[in-house]
Structures are given as structure tokens and as C-alpha cells.
Design a protein around this ligand. Structure first.
Ligand SMILES: Cc1cc2nc3c(=O)[nH]c(=O)nc-3n(C[C@H](O)[C@H](O)[C@H](O)COP(=O)(O)OP(=O)(O)OC[C@H]3O[C@@H](n4cnc5c(N)ncnc54)[C@H](O)[C@@H]3O)c2cc1C
Length: 393
């Protein structure tokens, strides 16, 4: 481990231990841990992936994943929320060719500790990222946005909503773009809808956009709607590897609890604690093997991607960056189930964190690409079937 990694991990560990003391309360109340975000701003964690010259901590993809894995062990909702800010920035830093516009944006996050997020998912399009029901139309020199975004994690503290929309009335092939919508822009409203069984403290509310008017400078990342491009693969690489790490972190927290519980819990009918039972040992072995698989895959994919992002091209490249998230989120569900099996009914008690881990990991497979879409992509590319093939199935 490099000196930089050790320093970053020490910070993630310190934050995780602090956030863990409040995680159960925020989960119970479905309240957003604003104070955690303040602490992350103070310590520079919100600028984790921003270059040091812009006031950030300079983490690369692997450093970032390691930190998020550690943070999730303390408070998974905080780790997932801040991930919606960090992953896109990491991808932007990776793709940046420099220039005043990029430097200004990185300064905004690094030096001024602004928070971005939200703006991709919609009720109409679900996890089908790439095409958006939200529309942007031209009106003179302004863009006018209309639509509804859902699952806007981090919504209480986002300064700039990064809203993806389909461009209307454009000549040429259909295109989409990302619009920077400042908090408080007339017509942009958060509606509090988030009341779920998992990741309750992420405040992933709805963002309503009604005739939101923006200048030309608010638009970036304009691209034709169609097959995934390099920028899309980069976004999925940063998203997939970090989400894999977060859900692996939850699984590790569950295993830590199960290990401690199994070492001290001794029913009267047994001579020794339940850690001596073959069932406990076999469940622990299976969980450890799944954990090792998840970690190996997100490390390996992250390292390969960092070494040569251009080698991840087209549907095959996308399938490679989607794989760690697919494997790790599903493994996390299985690992936490095994922990429940080891611990037994005590695991259902709210006084223990295991039931929260059990609920939180359930969100993992729903992040893009969902299980069904990931299987389609991985299966079709491995079979040599084009994703553009019609009919689709
Ligand atoms: C905790 C949490 C936080 C999130 N935070 C954010 C955020 O901050 N910003 C953001 O933009 N999004 C966020 N998301 C949303 C996420 O990125 C997805 O867009 C969302 O989970 C998709 O919802 P869905 O499964 O209902 O989608 P749908 O697309 O409606 O899918 C419903 C079901 O149908 C299946 N399905 C649908 N279409 C197909 C198809 N063509 N082929 C195969 N199967 C299909 C899916 O696999 C799924 O099982 C978050 C999600 C969660 C769970």
C-alpha cells in the first residue's frame, strides 16, 4: 500500500468510525446525515478524487474504491450518497484535457467544496441510462428544462444538480446533454418521496423541473443518443468499481458482526460458542470466498481500467466495467444472508446493526446495470450477439 493510500484510508476509517455512531438513528428516522457531509467537506473527503492542485486529495480509482469500501463499513447510506457526487467527478478528472472550464469546475469542488449529484434516473426510463424523458428545448439563447428525476440521493445538500436531458428540436441525430442546475433555480423543486426499506438515510428524493431556464454555459457532455461511447464507459467504470466497493464494505461490516457474535454466543445446550458449530464454520467459509471474489474483481478491473482506459471499448468494454458491480452487489446480498444464518434470530433485533446491513445490501443489485440488464449485456457480448440486434430477445 502506498503512503498516499494509507493516509486516505486512515481518513476514511476515522470518518467511518464517527459516522457509525449515528448510522442507526438516521436509518430509523430516514433522516439525512447533513453533519456527515459537513465533516467530509472539512476533511476534504468531498474532494477525494479532485487533483491536489485544485484543493483535492488526488485519489485515483483504486484509492477511491478502497476509501468507499471503508466508509461504507461505518455508514453505508453516507458512502452511497457521497458516491453520487464523487463517481462523476472522478470520471471527469480522468477524461479532462485541462483548460479553464475544467479547472474552474475542479476548483469549485476542491477549493469551494461544492456538492453535485442527482439528475439521471427517471420514472419513465428507470435504469435505462442514455435516453431521457426529461427534455431540454431552446428558447432564444436559453435552454428550458422540463421533467422529473427520481432517486436523487444527497438531495438536501446538492449545490448543483447534474441533470441529463434529451435535446429537443435539434437538427441531426437525437442527442442528450448534461445541464448544471443550481440549487434554488426557479422551477426546480425537491419533493420528499424517499421512504424505503434500504438506504433510508440517503434522502434520494424526486427533483421536479418545470420550465427551468438556463444559459448555454450550463450545458456540457452533449452526445448523440446511441451506442455507448468512451465517456459513458468511463462513467460506468467509476460507478461500477465504487458501488462494488461500497456493497462489499457493508458485507464486511456484517461479517465482522457475525464473527464477534458467533465467538461469544453460547446457548446453554452447547459446550462452546456457536463458532464451533460446523454450520457456522461452513457459512463463514462460503461468505469469505464470496468476499475474496468481490474484492479481487473490483481491484483487478479498477487496475486494468486505470492502466489503459482505451482498451475498454464498445459493448465488451462496458461488460467488463459492469461485471464487478454485478458480482459484488449480488455477493453482498448472499454474504449478509449467510451472516443472518450464522447469527440466527438475534440478527433480527434492531439493537444490532445486522438487520440494517441486511436491508441496505438489497439496494445493490438495483443500481445500474440492474441484474437483468447486466446479464443481457454480459451474455450477449460473450455469445457474440450484438446489442443492436432486433428484435431484442
Ligand atoms: C439507494 C439508491 C440510490 C440511488 N441514487 C441515485 C442517484 O443519486 N441518482 C440517480 O440518477 N439515480 C439513482 N438511483 C437510481 C438507479 O440508478 C436506477 O435508475 C434505479 O434503481 C432503476 O430503478 P428500477 O429498477 O425501478 O428501474 P426500471 O428500469 O423501471 O426497472 C424495473 C425492473 O425491470 C427490469 N428491466 C427494465 N427494463 C429492462 C430491460 N430493457 N431489459 C431487462 N430488464 C429490464 C429491471 O432490471 C428491473 O428489475 C439510485 C437507486 C438506489 C436503489
Amino acid at each position: 500500500m502506498s503512503e498516499r493510500q494509507a493516509k486516505l484510508l486512515a481518513l476514511a476509517g476515522e470518518l467511518a468510525d464517527d459516522f457509525a455512531t449515528r448510522a442507526a438513528r438516521h436509518d430509523r428516522e430516514a433522516s439525512f446525515p447533513v453533519e456527515n457531509v459537513e465533516r467530509m467537506k472539512e476533511t476534504g473527503y468531498t474532494a477525494l478524487v479532485i487533483p491536489e492542485r485544485n484543493g483535492g486529495l488526488g485519489a485515483d480509482l483504486i484509492d477511491y474504491a478502497l476509501c468507499q469500501e471503508r466508509l461504507a463499513q461505518g455508514c453505508a447510506a453516507t458512502a452511497l450518497s457521497i458516491n453520487m457526487h464523487l463517481f462523476g467527478i472522478g470520471s471527469m478528472v480522468e477524461r479532462s484535457a485541462g483548460g479553464p472550464r475544467d479547472e474552474m469546475f475542479f476548483d469549485l469542488i476542491g477549493r469551494h467544496r461544492r456538492i453535485i449529484g442527482g439528475g439521471i434516473s427517471e420514472p419513465e426510463t428507470g435504469g435505462d441510462w442514455g435516453y431521457f424523458a426529461t427534455r431540454a428545448r431552446r428558447d432564444g439563447d436559453r435552454w428550458v428544462l422540463n421533467g422529473r428525476k427520481v432517486f436523487t440521493s444527497l438531495s438536501p445538500v446538492i449545490d448543483i444538480f447534474m441533470v441529463m436531458a434529451t435535446l429537443e428540436d435539434e437538427s441531426g441525430p437525437p442527442a442528450s446533454a448534461t445541464f448544471a442546475v443550481p440549487r434554488g433555480a426557479p422551477g426546480a423543486e425537491i419533493v420528499e418521496t424517499w421512504d424505503t426499506m434500504a438506504m433510508r438515510a440517503t434522502a434520494s428524493h424526486d427533483l421536479i423541473l418545470k420550465d427551468v431556464r438556463l444559459g448555454e454555459a450550463a450545458m456540457s457532455e452533449r452526445r448523440p443518443i446511441g451506442p455507448i461511447d468512451e465517456a459513458g464507459i468511463s462513467l460506468f467504470a467509476w460507478f461500477g468499481v465504487s458501488v462494488a466497493a461500497i456493497y462489499t464494505g457493508i458485507a464486511e461490516a456484517a461479517l465482522k458482526f457475525a464473527r464477534e457474535f458467533a465467538g461469544r454466543h453460547r446457548p446453554m445446550t452447547l459446550p462452546r460458542p456457536i463458532s464451533y458449530l460446523p454450520g457456522t464454520q461452513f457459512a463463514m467459509a462460503e461468505a469469505q470466498a464470496l468476499l475474496a471474489q468481490s474484492r479481487a474483481l473490483f481491484f483487478q478491473t479498477g487496475a486494468e481500467y486505470m492502466r489503459d482506459p482505451r482498451s475498454f471499448a464498445g459493448a465488451e468494454g462496458l461488460a467488463r466495467v459492469v461485471m464487478p458491480k454485478y458480482v459484488a452487489t449480488n455477493n453482498a446480498v448472499r454474504i449478509v444472508d449467510l451472516c443472518m444464518e450464522m447469527v440466527g434470530a438475534h440478527g433480527l433485533h434492531r439493537k444490532f446493526p445486522l438487520e440494517r446491513y441486511y436491508r441496505d445490501v438489497r439496494a445493490g443489485p438495483h443500481h445500474p446495470l440492474s441484474n437483468a440488464r447486466a446479464r443481457e449485456l454480459i451474455g450477449k457480448t460473450a455469445l457474440g450477439v450484438s446489442l443492436a440486434e432486433a428484435p431484442r430477445w
